[in-house]
Design a protein around this ligand. Structure first.
Ligand SMILES: Cc1cc2nc3c(=O)[nH]c(=O)nc-3n(C[C@H](O)[C@H](O)[C@H](O)COP(=O)(O)OP(=O)(O)OC[C@H]3O[C@@H](n4cnc5c(N)ncnc54)[C@H](O)[C@@H]3O)c2cc1C
Length: 212
């Protein structure tokens, strides 16, 4: 991506696009890893972006599908916080009326791929023997999603960088970073992404309204 005089050129798979303003709407750490900025980002911003964790980007998410939400019949909410198995936080993911029936959980980043048997053992311990045979067990390690997380995303742990005011400043007057991690409030949530978009959208419109 090149800032040239009063416009920006963006090289991509299908060629080169030209715009007066560009909003880079991906997590800052991914932006700094995947995009070459010319001129480069200011050192302080580049460092901040590289250190900023991707929200949930290092987690593994597990969904276990069942024929029925059997746990409800036992008076269980299908929710748990656990420090003894691979899943740390679990919730009932069933649709309306319990169809389709599912439990989901988050696992912290681990060196080894998550063992399915360990997941099922934990579900059985928490919700009973009927949890032994899920119809399907989906395991998604978000570290491997290149459009969400940069390599070694699990090494990023300083959430104090979220919503840093430096993210709100224009880069070379016409490029902005805007993602949930930069949001002025609710950073990390969808509301944070919307807040970041509103802020940066207004700044970009101001530039467009006053051509140089
Ligand atoms: C596992 C997980 C669970 C989450 N759970 C919740 C939740 O329950 N509630 C909640 O509010 N938030 C949750 N989040 C955070 C959620 O991702 C954000 O709130 C929301 O999606 C952020 O929107 P965004 O626009 O900042 O980024 P994203 O939604 O990540 O959008 C960025 C887009 O840019 C694309 N992209 C990336 N790199 C490039 C590139 N080089 N060129 C072109 N396109 C590119 C990506 O494919 C993606 O479509 C979760 C995140 C993860 C990873």
């Amino acid at each position: 991506m090149r800032v040239v005089d009063d416009y920006v050129e963006v090289d991509h798979r299908e060629g080169t696009s030209r715009a007066r303003c560009v909003v880079v709407a991906i997590p800052p750490a991914l932006a700094i890893a995947d995009i070459r900025f010319e001129p480069g980002l200011p050192d302080e911003l580049a460092d901040l972006a590289a250190r900023t964790p991707v929200w949930m980007g290092a987690m593994t998410k597990v969904v276990a599908e069942y024929a029925t939400p059997f746990w409800r019949e036992h008076g269980l909410a299908g929710a748990a916080i656990s420090y003894t198995g691979p899943l740390r936080e679990l919730h009932d993911l069933s649709g309306p009326g319990g169809q389709s029936a599912a439990l989901f959980g988050f696992a912290m980043p681990m060196a080894e791929p998550l063992a399915r048997a360990a997941i099922v053992d934990q579900l059985v311990e928490l919700f009973g023997e009927e949890a032994r045979s899920p119809r399907a067990l989906h395991v998604q390690d978000w570290r491997s999603e290149r459009w969400t997380s940069p390599a070694h995303v699990e090494a990023l742990g300083d959430y104090g960088t979220y919503a840093d005011p430096s993210f709100r400043r224009a880069i070379h007057e016409r490029v902005w970073l805007a993602s949930t991690e930069t949001g002025p409030d609710h950073a990390g949530h969808i509301e944070g992404a919307l807040a970041a978009a509103e802020l940066v959208g207004a700044a970009a419109c101001a530039v467009l309204a006053h051509p140089s």
